[in-house]
Design a protein around this ligand. Sequence first.
Ligand SMILES: *[C@@H]1O[C@H](CO)[C@@H](O)[C@H](O)[C@H]1NC(C)=O
Ligand SMILES: *[C@@H]1O[C@H](CO)[C@@H](O)[C@H](O)[C@H]1NC(C)=O
Length: 234
Amino acid sequence: MATAMALLRLAALAGAVALLLPGAAEARVLLSLDDFGAVGDGIANDTQAFVDAWEAACATGGNTYLNVPAGKSYQIWPVTLAGPCRGEIKLMISGNIIAPESPEEWEDGDQGRWLHFTGVGDLSLSGGGIVDGRGHQWWAGACEDENCTSYRQHEVAPMALHFEDCQDVSVKGLTLQNSQRQHLVFTRCYNVEANYLRVTSPEYSPGTAGVLVVSSTNVHIKDDLFSVGTLHWF
Ligand SMILES: *[C@@H]1O[C@H](CO)[C@@H](O)[C@H](O)[C@H]1NC(C)=O
Ligand SMILES: *[C@@H]1O[C@H](CO)[C@@H](O)[C@H](O)[C@H]1NC(C)=O
């Protein structure tokens, strides 16, 4: 129902913009997570709304803006958002995207991942909002003793934002914080940038590297502020 309404709105908006800009090569489409039934109260499970919104955005040609509204917190369970998509997607994160806090919410198949984008091109993430892994329980689970003076090898903690087999992706102007492990990872990506990010986790958070780049080329990382854990595990 929500999806049908969003698609109607999408069609109406696309039509309206096409009328306003008859000479434009590509229509702009505006979608919001809330159109797909997301609640954004920090408690509800907004995963399915996020998946539905992504699928609608991915199926739309042209320029699609997918908005994560400001002033709200969307709790998202581990999820894979796959391409290829028909057009360019701008994921505008103005509000908060938060992870479930308990490692028990991760099933075997989700190991090592929270927000996982695969096979996508022409994707940008921006909007000034916050992506919060809420990794405290993951970090605590890695303590060897009661005071966390040493750490044992953990079961694989998730990477917060993971882009795999992607092209032309940019992540800009967001705060990434309290990741369960690395905050931002590019694997087998081409032509990506990570700019104007604020990446923070407490000093005692193990393995929370800022950015990890694996088998990727043409990667530009600049003007980011990193303040992450000083203890490492892999
Ligand atoms: C949240 O929703 C997703 C997608 O529907 C589902 O896979 C997950 O199990 C849900 N989590 C809980 C705790 O219900
Ligand atoms: C942990 O810290 C407390 C208070 O500083 C201390 O009494 C205790 O011996 C420490 N435990 C270990 C295992 O180091």
